[in-house]
Design a protein around this ligand. Structure first.
Ligand SMILES: *Cc1c(COP(=O)(O)O)cnc(C)c1O
Length: 217
């Protein structure tokens, strides 16, 4: 099932698009099924869960943190995390920089932009985004690299609305990418990734369409 789903999705994606298989709540056995089918990029939304899986699973797995990150948890994933998708403050970025430095690493990050018409605490608006990129403190952080933007559309059946939200993020991305050297645009989940791809997504984060419905979380 898992390897079949993975194959169907992978073959439907443009070549330059990264598929992050979102394995939150799923067992190491289920992850291994995808791994044995050749997949390497996995996404988790909780630091402890990801760290536990990292300890148990093959070390060539490329781990993506896709959830909201608390600062006091950064240290656990700093030794191995490949990309942190949901960075939304300078405070968090400073902590990531500190922990990356301790591990002699540079950690790649995406800045999360708030694009949905829902009440959410997470994500920057366009103004906050440029403020962060222009902040003097940010420029001194040598062990973090901002490589792109991430966004989540409203949870709705209204495809036009989802399309508008992704289009908005793509426009913002295009305005900033040359100046700030951005190269990744993380948008699209199981229910809306085809719309995200039409709007220039370079990374889709897909869970249930690969692993099946989640029991909890
Ligand atoms: C859970 C999650 C996903 C994947 O959701 P599916 O609907 O199962 O594909 C993608 N992005 C984030 C940030 C998530 O938390």
């Amino acid at each position: 099932m898992i390897s079949e789903n993975l194959k169907n999705i992978t073959t439907s994606l443009p070549e330059n698009v990264t598929l992050v298989a979102v394995s939150k709540t799923k067992s190491v056995e289920e992850i291994l099924e995808a791994y044995n089918a050749g997949h390497r990029d996995f996404g988790e939304n909780k630091v402890q869960e990801m760290t536990g899986k990292w300890e148990e699973l093959p070390k060539d797995i490329i781990w993506h943190m896709i959830g909201h990150v608390q600062r006091n948890k950064v240290k656990y994933m700093a030794p191995f995390v490949h990309l942190i998708h949901g960075v939304d403050s300078l405070k968090l970025l400073k902590e990531i920089n500190k922990q990356a430095k301790k591990n002699n690493r540079t950690i790649n990050c995406l800045l999360q932009v708030y694009i949905a018409k829902e009440n959410s605490k997470f994500g920057l608006d366009p103004e906050e985004l440029t403020q962060l990129l222009e902040a003097d403190t940010f420029k001194t952080l040598e062990n973090v690299r901002i490589i792109g933007l991430m966004g989540m559309a409203t949870f709705t059946d209204n495809k036009e609305q989802i399309n508008n939200e992704f289009k908005f993020l793509k426009t913002l991305y295009d305005q900033l990418k040359n100046k700030y050297g951005l190269k990744e645009l993380s948008m699209g989940m199981s229910s809306d990734y085809t719309i995200a791809l039409q709007n220039g997504s370079t990374m889709v984060r897909i869970g249930s369409a690969i692993f099946g419905e989640r029991n909890y979380n």
